[in-house]
Structure formats: C-alpha cells, structure tokens
Design a binder for this molecule. Structure first.
Ligand code: GLN
Length: 456
C-alpha cells in the first residue's frame, strides 16, 4: 500500500512507468491470506517488481517503448517474469525505456521521457531508465532491465542504485524483445546489493526455450550476505583488483575520476591488492559495438512487419503495408540503427565493417581474459559523467554513444558486471550519484556480489 502511495505521488514527476497494474493490492492480499493459513509463500512473497517494457508479460501491455507494438499484449510471460511470479513477486508495472533498448537516456521512448529522481531536469540514463528511476524513487523494491551495451549499469550509476548485468547465458532471454541477440541479457536493479542478488538468484538458470541459456548450476548468491568475515578488519584480503587504465583517460570527468580513485582506496582499506591493468583494445569497443548491435538489430527488427504484431498501417498492397507500418511505427533512432546495420551487412561492405567488428570483439574477449587471469575483478567508472540534462545530447548522437564507452566492452566479452553507488559529484539540487563498475570472470556473479556487499 505504501509503495503504491509513493508511486502515485512521484509518478507525475518521473514518468518511470508505461503501465501500472491494478491488481497489486489484490495479489498482496492473497499472499497475506496464504501466510495467515500457514501456506508456503516464495522468497519474493509480496515484493514489488518493476519490469522493463521490452520484457513480455501476459497480463499487461508490452510495447518495447515503440509505437510499432502499441496495444500488443503477449500471450505469455518471459521466463524471468514467470520465475519472479512463481516465487511470490508481484509485477507492479512496465517501465519506460528507449525504443527497443536503443539509447542511453529514455528520450528515445515513443511515449514519454523519464526524469532522474535526483534532479528531474536530468536523464535517468538508459535504456532501462524507467527501471532504474523506479527503484531509486522507491516506487518498487527491485526491477528487471535489459543490458545490451550498458542499459542496466549506466542508469544504475545515474540514479544511484545497484545494477547487475549477468554473464551472457546466465538468465533466459525467452520473452525479451531481441535488440542484438549476441549481446542482450536481462539484468537486475535493487537499492541494495543483497536485494539485487536475491532477484538475480530468482531469475537465473537454464531454460529450454533459450538455446543460449547456460546449463551451469546456479550457486546461492545470497548465502554470503551474512558471512561473518564482513566484520573482520580486512574482509577482502585475498582479492586482487585491477583498475582499468584506459577507463580513466581524458574523456572522463575529473569529479568522476576522483570518486573512482576514492573507491579504489576504500577497496584497499578492505584488504584488496590494487593494481592498474591495461586493456589496449578498450577504445575499439565503442565503434565495434555500434556496428555489431546495429547489424543484429536490423535483422531482429525485420519481424515488425505490420502483420504479426501491433501497429498496422492502412494500405491496399502488401509492400506498402510493410513499408507504411514500419515507417509510422518506428521512431528516428530505431530507423537510424536499421539503416546503419543494413549498410554494414550489405554485400561489399560486410567484410570492412561487420567482419572487422567481429575480429575486434575477439581481441576484446582475449584482453579481458588476460586481465582476469591476473585479477579477481576489474574496476572502472560506469559512465564518463554523472547524469546530464534532458535534451543535452539529443541532437548529438555521437556524444551520447561515446557515453557507453565504459560498458559496451563487457557485453562484447559476455562477462558479468555490477555497478553500485560509490560517491557523489556536484550537480542538481543536492549532488548527483556516481557508480563504480566491477567486472568479473564469466559466471562469477557471486564474487561480484560479495565484494560489492562488503564495499557497500
Ligand atoms: N546505449 C546503448 C545503445 O544504445 C546500449 C543500450 C542497451 O544496453 N540496450 O545501444
């Protein structure tokens, strides 16, 4: 009840949600009744979960932030949503995003712009800006987002919450609207590391409906949260931490750099051995990512043809129906990505762009492997700046894309990474949060959660 009050009062300022469920209290009542009757309720019983609107829900609209899917109600729940519900979680609503996940601010949503709860004249980050703002403003307890190139981690940093991008394959993508399938993962937001870990545990594990989901066993990420060694003076004494050299170059705000250096010193105080590591291919990640993500999206988005789902234009001929439905259904950012991707994949350009980007991807994977041989985790900022003003980068897509430099490499390598608040910089009415990114070896989410929990 109090979360719904909070939601009603803050939503006119924030616009985090595209749809709010009207059965939340009824579901909560049913759980209360079960508890009274001593019936089993799951570990997420009564926990309000926000779900990014590119993740399918059977009982609510799922638009992906696009007019092309306006009015679409999937006949099924995404596996991650199904698991949340089975464990007692209540989906409070669908959160705003950049259309199909393409953007870094939520300004590319076809429906509304979400505001940052720390300063409503600023962006919450994106593309999962609605999910991050909702947790930050306590409109829900935890939320699901998706991360193709940073869409969970960068908004977590801008909104001062914890965001976790799992290893590729850890969480089923069944029911996640595909943007770039080889990079997409469903991730988690929480206001604490423990909440985030509990949600990750709930949604992880193999799913026969996603051929890329891993069969690896899912450890109990949450068992270490009460580990007594948190009380020791040097609880992280075995841990080797590598600070990514290239992630602190001239393009990063000085105030962000100071916050990251302070966080690194704090890790040392906790017992970690800190060293600088070099990832020589770091700066190649951005161009390679935008070629690969656009290429994959140009193929994935061909399914929105006006026949199968959502928006259908009035036309009396088949090609016109396809063309008009797509022309009126997609927004400008999505059209730009489809054009870039189709170009990069076209005969004659394929080798120069797509193939070369794939080669860069291999280089990036190798350099992470080497760095993680010598270190348990790597750290960097989550973004080169704190949250910026709504409208500031809207006419300058290249500068917006440049803001993804800290996150895209991790998706290309398929690794897990966690972002948590590590300080504040000047800005807004009362300062703006800065996030620290911790990157781990594949399937080592447990270590990231443990370190972050001790750090927090
Ligand atoms: N900002 C990046 C993009 O626009 C990443 C988005 C994401 O992770 N979905 O592609």
């Amino acid at each position: 009840d109090s979360y719904l009050t909070r939601l009603r009062l803050t939503e006119p300022l924030l616009n985090s949600f595209l749809h709010v469920s009207n059965t939340v209290l009824k579901q909560a009542q049913e759980i209360d009744d079960k508890i009274k009757n001593n019936e089993d309720v799951g570990p997420l019983a009564g926990v309000l979960v926000g779900v990014k609107d590119n993740i399918c829900t059977a009982d609510m609209p799922s638009t992906g932030g696009s007019r092309v899917l306006e009015g679409y109600r999937p006949p099924f729940d995404a596996t991650a949503v199904k698991r949340v519900k089975e464990l007692g979680g209540i989906v409070v609503g669908k959160t705003n995003l950049d259309e199909f996940g393409m953007g870094s601010t939520t300004e590319a949503s076809a429906f509304q712009v979400t505001a940052n709860p720390w300063d409503v004249s600023r962006v919450p980050g994106g593309s999962s800006g609605g999910s991050a703002a909702a947790v930050s403003a306590r409109q829900c307890v935890v939320s699901l987002g998706s991360d193709t190139g940073g869409s969970v981690r960068q908004p977590a940093s801008f909104c001062g919450v914890v965001g976790l991008k799992p290893t590729y394959g850890r969480v089923s993508r069944f029911g996640l609207m595909a943007y770039a399938s080889s990079l997409d993962v469903i991730g988690c937001f929480g206001s604490s590391v423990a909440d985030t870990g509990i949600l990750l545990h709930a949604i992880s594990g193999h799913d026969s409906r996603d051929a890329t989901s891993s069969k690896r066993e899912v450890p109990d990420f949450t068992s270490q949260f009460i580990s007594p060694n948190i009380l020791e003076s040097k609880p992280l004494k075995e841990l080797r931490v590598g600070l990514i050299h290239e992630a602190l170059d001239d393009g990063v705000d000085t105030s962000v750099k100071s916050a990251i250096h302070a966080a690194a010193s704090h890790l040392e105080e906790l017992g970690c051995t800190l060293s600088e590591v070099s990832l020589p291919s770091f700066s190649l990640g951005l161009p390679a990512y935008y070629i690969l993500a656009s290429s994959e999206s140009s193929s994935n988005l061909s399914r929105y043809d006006g026949l199968r789902y959502g928006n259908q234009a009035a036309a009396d001929e088949l090609n016109a129906l396809y063309g008009d439905s797509r022309a009126s259904g997609f927004g400008p950012e999505v059209k730009m990505r489809i054009l870039m991707g189709t170009y990069a994949l076209s005969a004659g350009y394929y080798d120069a762009y797509y193939n070369r980007a794939q080669q860069v991807r291999t280089l990036i994977q190798k350099s992470f492997e080497a760095a993680l041989d010598d270190n348990d985790i790597l750290i960097s900022p989550a973004a080169p700046s704190a949250a910026y003003k709504i409208g500031e980068k809207i006419d300058d897509p290249l500068s917006m894309y440049a803001g993804d430099i800290m996150t895209v490499n991790v998706n290309m390598a398929g690794l897990p990474a966690l972002v948590l608040p590590c300080g504040f910089v000047e800005g807004g009415p009362a300062g703006l949060p800065v996030g620290l990114q911790m990157i781990g070896a594949a399937f080592d989410e447990g270590k990231l959660l443990k370190v972050a929990h001790v750090f927090e």
